[in-house]
Design a binder for this molecule. Sequence first.
Ligand code: MLT
Length: 243
Amino acid sequence: MKISVYHTPESTPDHDIPDCAIVIDVLRATTTINTALNNGAKSVKAFSDVDLLLAESNLLPRESRLTLGERGGKKVDSCDLGNSPLDCSSETVANKQLFISTTNGTRALQRVADAPILITGAIINYSAVVNYLQQKQPETVWLLGSGWEGGYSLEDTVCAGAIASGLVDLSNVETIGNDEVVSSISLYHQWKDNLLGLFRLSSHGQRLLKLNLDDDLKYCSEPNIISNFGIQTEKGVLTLYRQ
Ligand code: MLT
């Protein structure tokens, strides 16, 4: 298994696709997606365009669908919810089809939509992702951060480091796909006991704090509070992976 870390979709090699892609948007898209699926959502479908999202979701009966829209950390007015994992309780999402569009996370999902295996990773479930990869042993694995409008995000790369540190043998260069793997592991080891502190330092964390969303940072920084993850079962559609 050769692991590569990419901080943003824009930094991935053109015309290449891995055997397995782990999409990471810790603040907050993949935390939200994993939470919603864990709380009983039937599926989560990602859209880069809100109008297309609304057109498709409107084809379903009102009581069986939910739309989630975020831009710049704020809720999109035409959607039912923003992108807070704290809004995705079982009472709200159970047995519903969710439709989501966010600033960066949905773009990262689309970048690797053709990968044979696509999984959503976050701090709240990274051990489940590591266990899956250890079992399946895909030849090439991308740990893909979503970043922010093409820029680096501390929170996504520290999560990539958490996953990589469970998989990569630093004495065996065959497992190391690029230098970013090593630096992400170092970032993780530096901050693994104070992830909330790192999130509060991060540029997107600061953006969310200005929106009074520290409770989101707290939740998103809690390691392994769920033991499953989302997996793409048709292009753009994530469902709960059943072991
Ligand atoms: C993103 O897509 O960049 C994030 O999910 C934004 C957010 O939810 O704050």
